[in-house]
Design a protein around this ligand. Sequence first.
Ligand code: F6R
Length: 604
Amino acid sequence: MCGIIGHVGNGNALETLLTGLENLEYRGYDSAGIAIQNGSGIELEKRSGEVTELKNAVDRSVLEGCVGIGHTRWSTHGPPTDANAHPHTDEALDVAVVHNGIIENYAELRAWLKSEGYAFTSETDTEVIPHLIQYYLDSGLEGEAAFRSAIADLEGSYAVTAMIAGEQVLYAARKGSPLVVGVEDEEFFLASDVPAFLEYTDSVVFLEDGDVVVVDESGVEFTDLEGNPISREPETVDWDPEQAGKGTYDHFMLKEIYEQPTSLSQAIEGRIDGSNKRICLESFDPGTFTDVESVQLIACGTSYHAALYGAFTLRQAGIQATAVLANEYSVAAPPVDDDTLVIAVTQSGETADTLNALRKATAEGARTLAVTNVVGSTAARMADDTLFIRAGPEIGVAATKTFSSQVVMLTLLAQRISEDRSGDPTTDLESYLPELARTPSAIETILERSDAGTIAERYADSHAYFFIGRGLGYPVALEGALKFKEITYEHAEGFASGELKHGPLALVTPKTPVFAVFVGEEDEKTLKNAAEAQTRGAPVIAVCPAGHEATEIADEHLEIPDTDPDLAGLLANVQLQLLSYHSAELLDRPIDKPRNLAKSVTVE
Ligand code: F6R
């Protein structure tokens, strides 16, 4: 949610900043801007629209210099206009600032700064920051002290990067929003996320809340808010730059759908001891989960659907488990005690709602575990323990491969918790483990043979799209509908198949295809529910294995290979991802950047 990039080095900053912004566009894409120190002062270009608009607008002879900052925005305060785009500056262009987060006390600060004579030109909360820095400079403070004083006045969440005219320095601070530092010989980067500069360096320092950094050509100085030096060591990230590019695919989303055989193999690698039929989870020694009495999974959006999937497999393994929307958890969390394990499921590890729920669970005394994709993310650092899903960078705003990897991670974890509590590998593992090992090739088969494109075309003029499923098919139906509405902008809803007759059936017409997911649990009931919709004229598309009895009644079917019931939903979901993708393509939607959305939602 909003992408920040900063550069200090020998070469010209402009192209590095523009490329960085393109790599960060998944975080927001309604306006973009750049500010560069060009020797005589700060030069600025910003405008509403995507980074391409900015790229076409910049005057390369003016925006020339080695130190600069850039921003791609997802609006919170003020619509996406040129004036509201970042960087924000003071009136004389002596200070330029990019910001991600929300300044909660901006109204008071703005009123006070106005009364001191500072003129505002935007509706954003961010604009108070350059004026505050300018206020402290006007009061006689030097650059670093002025920056620190301004930061001390802010309430809310921020990742801020600032520069002051005439100084070849970047100042940055972090509280509640992500900020990382990239280090490469004599070149330094500041960014909201690693893909921004991955093609230049894989050596990264993940800043913590309360960190303030000063970057110049001699290096990076890490301090706390009071200015005391702190130690922060770079980590090497093992994502390669090609993973963060689109390659030969038209869209990141399609690339990421096709990456699932690989990303799932990575998620599984080293985590199955085939000979002993045991699950090995890194630092978790056998018996780690013996005392776990109940599990709560907290997550949002697609990750919530993975959490529902995980809760279901945990309950099947005899463990009390519930998935709760993270944004609801803070309102009324189920009770926890020290035998409760709270699992935060979050691809980015930065979702504000999920982090708040995690904070609450920690405060209540629960043991916490993060299931995330991003090393160094806030969730990974906040939770007692972390399991990484190892999906590689996901750039498309619509989550695809990370959902699959979260599901696999959670099903492995469910088996492992059950094994620890009972002292024995569960009997389920005999069927589950070999099928899990075959899942990457089962997905390859789907990707090679899917008819999703044809089905998308056949139902392209429908009025609404419904998705139903039972048991583990239910979170898949929800996820199928979320993906569909997110990237096609068409009305799509997911229901537990048994619920259709309790209300939603009133919406069913010949223009509302019903996609029914069959995962091998009480399929005969789902079949009856699908038939009830079909009787009312709705076309039914079954997502099921070849030869399944659903193929006899359904109008069409999308085929999945036969597998263990714990994994069938995962395979069905791949077909539904392809369906959404092809439907959005037919409608010519901006698939990787759906309107109004952004990846990594760092506001509540
Ligand atoms: C939908 C999607 C979102 C995210 C949600 C949580 O395709 O990607 O619904 O799943 O914003 O994000 P994370 O997993 O980063 O916490």
